[in-house]
Design a protein around this ligand. Sequence first.
Ligand SMILES: NC(=O)c1ccc[n+]([C@@H]2O[C@H](COP(=O)([O-])OP(=O)(O)OC[C@H]3O[C@@H](n4cnc5c(N)ncnc54)[C@H](O)[C@@H]3O)[C@@H](O)[C@H]2O)c1
Length: 278
Amino acid sequence: MASTPYPPPLQPTYPDRDGTMATELPPTRVALVTGAAQGIGEAIARQLADDGLDIALNDIPQKLDQLSAVAKVIESKGCRATIVTGDVTVEEDVASMVSKTAAELGALDVMIANAGIFLFKPLLDTSVEEWERMLAINGKGVFLSIKYAAKKMIEQGRGGRIICAASVAGIRGSPVCGIYCASKFAVRGLVQSAALELKQHGITVNAYCPGFIATPMIALPGDEENGGTGQTIKKLLNYPAEVGKPSNVANTVSYLAKPESAFVTGQSMVIDGGLTMS
Ligand SMILES: NC(=O)c1ccc[n+]([C@@H]2O[C@H](COP(=O)([O-])OP(=O)(O)OC[C@H]3O[C@@H](n4cnc5c(N)ncnc54)[C@H](O)[C@@H]3O)[C@@H](O)[C@H]2O)c1
């Protein structure tokens, strides 16, 4: 009796452009980006629109004005945009943002589980409440995003891309942000496991692991005098690499979102200007 190979071979996610497969490539692919009101999420949304995808933009309801501004930019590129506010830690919100995306834009092909928070604090000064909030947003939020996106992609039957925000802090511990590191290690565990679980459906699951990137997340008082966003934290920590731009991350995510990246799954792509070597 022939044994089933393990791990099973990757299925092609999308048909080849030369039409060698039976199914037609959908006219436009659709991405949902969480935490898209600013920073890396906004840059990813803009980049994926440049790549020709329609975009559903998520963030918490308090960021509606920022989301509307991003939606206008996406539409000015000739793509469709829709806003699906919600909290990634709330199961009903994640289920609803996925179903609204498919209802309003026709499908969900690319899920970017980007929403996250940072805490610059040693473990001994960190409270249980801070731990629970960190793991809820950075851990449970990514778990729910993977779960509901994958269910929709399996239902559609044409594969997909799930791409999650980890960090270089998810590869090596740090004495100044211990619970953030723990949450990003959790993301990488979820990504590797989901990659194995979902490859039979032609869904790839990967993580992006930035070093410091100039966004509101790492802005500290004194940045302006020090030469820009992130320069204070760089100085405080004696950080030996350059602080990157959100577009540096968006370019890598753009590759992972493409049909052509079908053979890359379970990976943690580091984007840190050479700080970490794998
Ligand atoms: N900036 C960096 O240096 C850096 C480095 C490594 C990894 N990352 C990761 O990249 C991702 C994006 O970071 P950023 O720098 O753009 O941060 P940011 O703070 O600028 O943006 C994060 C966005 O996520 C949203 N968000 C927070 N909690 C949410 C929730 N419960 N539901 C929905 N949205 C929520 C915020 O409102 C915000 O708009 C995060 O996961 C972060 O951990 C950032």
